[in-house]
Design a protein around this ligand. Structure first.
Ligand code: FEO
Ligand code: CA
Ligand code: CA
Length: 672
């Protein structure tokens, strides 16, 4: 049975058993060497393939660094028994469906050195699905409550120490003083900032803590649906909660919705609850028992990787949405800007600017920067300009009144809780699923002005928004078309300052096939056609390799942009999801090469390089989620079919998401 691409994309993210969740990787410390640094001869673009492995250019090799279920602590069996995973076991093992990756030097320094032999890696574990869990289960309905609880514990964040040995980068299991840890949807966290005392949070927090009390001033809701994120110049990790709707199951009581129309609107906007076995799901994730539980998610969460006892902090000043990422850069005057995409069709792009300044000499002095500042949302115009609209209580309520919306915002906390509504009412530009955002910055984290925004696709749009072009079929000018191949948007902040409140925009690259003979292809499974011209305003934007559905990005020290794809295989069915590369400074048509092709059914997340750029890390997420024909394993598994991927262990092994490390066989810099 085949499905339409809309269903495939939607169902990939739906968590069976009530779990879900969802990258980035960012890099960080993107130091900026002199522009005169020359690239070498480069690598040979990899051909399209459906091989169930990692395919690389000649002269490159890959190795598994860590995979779902691998032990984080000394004294544990390294290889997991996937059929015997309990919550307690999973809380000490690497999580499932790794997404964003970030690395920190073992000892904090600003700016960080480009030579590091010890690092701390943070990895998001976005979601888990039942069809890729518990290999011994013969029917979905047989899953137990304990197994579902363990699945929730596979989500969140994994913190892992790395050591560069003679044999390359390795994971170090933690002993008594190690820094490895798991943060799951059951971990105690603090809410900070203007919405921390929002009544929805207080009510839901009480339900959560009634089941399992935590330390004072914490709620044991942890973090979930961790997609991309970012890292800060003061050495903390930002994990972005995205598709939290899938964490919740059951049915939202009608009387509760009737009494609180804002909650009903919230459920409709975010799409909760998802589907699952409600009677077997922990109470805090059942909306009949905890109707305001979803208010505990959709935040950007700050984690200190240097202190394994620290409590993660949910920074409410950054607003609640389906956060794809939280990318930081410093303004010209030393404040911190945080860029965020809300990855849902026709949602928006945001920027937060702190009021206080970053203090490079006193790490602790920066701990409150993300609680004090102004949140903005992007409004693009047709002429190639745009502005950041400040989201304030007065502006939101004035817009609500002008639109004759019956629902007003009570206070600043309410605006941040329902920031999507405020942004929409204020006239923010609807985007084609804005995913990762990368802001070019120098070795001192100072933003340079260019900002890239990956817009994965939009399956349901037949008209253009500024910055989100319609995909035209010259043969059918009358026909409404969606943007199935996606694109990458470039903003240039005024004056090259990420603190600016105006910008210009342009299309950096259109997903598609620069040498296509026809304007469209049938998407895999016989779905709607995807228009694959890479032209914008009559001019080809790319040359070289084809790709679709850009997701995460990484900009290296010589400003080459490494782009991962999520769903490219639905548009170009002869090639699994991949990693592409193009220099940011190149001109149209921008030359694009394919660096890596992933295994069957996987998306690629979290591109990142070691500080010396001699190792490339990325996250292979949900290998085996579908077969090469595009049929989802959620359909195949319960018909008795074998897994469609055996990555990374090979043979007839059960597929596991994994972080991999790629090096050049001659030890040289990646990509040269
Ligand atoms: Fe988690 Fe928007 O990808
Ligand atoms: Ca993503
Ligand atoms: Ca993704």
């Amino acid at each position: 049975m085949t499905k339409h691409i809309n269903e495939l994309i939607a169902s990939r993210r739906a968590l069976l058993g009530g779990l879900v969740g969802l990258p980035l990787l960012d890099l960080s410390a993107c130091a900026t060497p002199p522009a005169s640094v020359a690239h070498g001869s480069g690598f040979a673009s990899v051909a399209a393939t459906n091989a169930d492995t990692i395919t690389l250019p000649p002269g490159y090799s890959w190795r598994k660094l860590i995979a779902w279920g691998d032990a984080l602590f000394e004294g544990m069996n390294d290889a997991p028994d996937l059929n015997a995973l309990t919550r307690a076991e999973q809380e000490r093992r690497f999580g499932q469906n790794n997404d964003m990756l970030a690395v920190f030097p073992a000892e904090y320094a600003f700016p960080p050195s480009r030579t590091q032999d010890r690092m701390i890696m943070c990895a998001n574990n976005e979601y888990i699905t039942l069809e890729l869990a518990y290999p011994g289960l013969s029917a979905a309905r047989d899953v137990t409550a304990a197994q579902i609880e363990a699945m929730y514990a596979a989500v969140g964040v994994s913190v892992v120490e790395l050591l560069n040995t003679r044999d390359g980068w390795r994971v170090v299991k933690s002993g008594a003083n190690g820094r490895n840890r798991r943060i799951t949807p059951f971990s105690p966290v603090e809410f900070t900032g203007p919405a921390a005392q929002h009544p929805w949070i207080l009510e839901a927090g009480a339900v959560v803590n009634a089941a399992e009390p935590g330390p004072a001033n914490t709620i044991r809701c942890g973090t979930g649906a961790n997609c991309a994120g970012g890292l800060t110049p003061w050495g903390t990790y930002l994990t972005a909660e995205e598709n939290f709707d899938g964490l919740f199951v059951g049915s939202l009581p009608v009387d509760v919705q009737f009494a609180d129309p804002a909650l009903a609107l919230d459920a409709s906007s975010f799409g909760y609850p998802g589907f699952g076995f409600a009677e077997k799901t922990p109470r805090q994730f059942r909306v009949d028992e905890n109707p305001r539980g979803p208010s505990l998610y959709g935040w950007v969460v700050e984690i200190d990787p240097y202190d394994p006892t620290s409590k993660p902090k949910k920074r409410t000043a950054l607003g609640r949405k389906k956060n794809e990422c939280a990318t930081t850069a410093l303004t010209r005057d030393g404040r911190v800007a945080v860029y965020m995409g809300d990855d849902q069709r026709d949602e928006h792009v945001y920027k937060f600017i702190s009021r206080p300044h970053f203090d490079p000499a006193n790490r602790a002095a920066n701990s409150g920067l993300l609680d004090d500042g102004q949140l903005y949302v992007a409004q693009l115009d047709e002429s190639g300009g745009g502005r950041w609209l400040p989201i304030t209580l007065a502006a939101a309520n004035a817009a609500a009144e002008a639109e004759e919306s019956p629902i007003r915002f009570r206070d600043e906390a309410d605006v941040l809780m329902r920031v999507r509504d405020a942004a929409r009412l204020m006239g923010a530009t609807p985007m084609d699923r804005p995913e990762d955002i990368e802001a070019l910055h120098d070795e001192n984290w100072q933003g340079q002005g260019p900002v890239l925004i990956a817009c994965t696709n939009n399956t349901e749009r037949g008209f253009a928004h500024p910055g989100n072009p319609r995909r035209d079929d010259p043969a059918r000018p009358d026909k409404a078309q969606s943007n199935l191949a996606g694109h990458i948007l470039r903003l240039d902040e005024a004056g090259g300052d990420v603190g600016a409140l105006t910008f210009t925009w342009d299309i950096f690259a259109m997903g598609g096939d620069p040498s296509a003979e026809a304007p469209s292809v049938r998407t895999r499974g016989g779905g709607a056609p995807a228009f694959i011209s890479t032209s914008f305003a009559g001019e080809p934007t790319t040359s070289g390799a084809r790709f679709a559905c850009p997701d995460n990005m990484f900009i290296d020290s010589t400003h080459r942009v490494w782009i991962t794809t999520d769903g490219s295989d639905f548009v170009f069915e002869d090639c699994n999801d991949c990693v592409m590369m193009t220099p940011i400074a190149s001109e149209r048509p921008r030359p694009i090469k394919r660096f890596l092709v992933g295994p069957v059914g996987a998306e690629i997340c979290g591109p990142l390089m070691a500080p010396d750029e001699r190792a490339f890390f990325c996250a292979i997420q949900h290998p085996g989620a579908n077969n090469v024909a595009g049929i989802e394993f959620s359909t195949l598994r319960w018909q008795g079919e074998a897994p469609t991927s055996h990555f990374p262990d090979g043979g007839d092994a059960w597929p596991r998401s994994a972080v991999i490390v790629i090096t050049r066989d001659d030890g040289g810099r990646i990509g040269d």
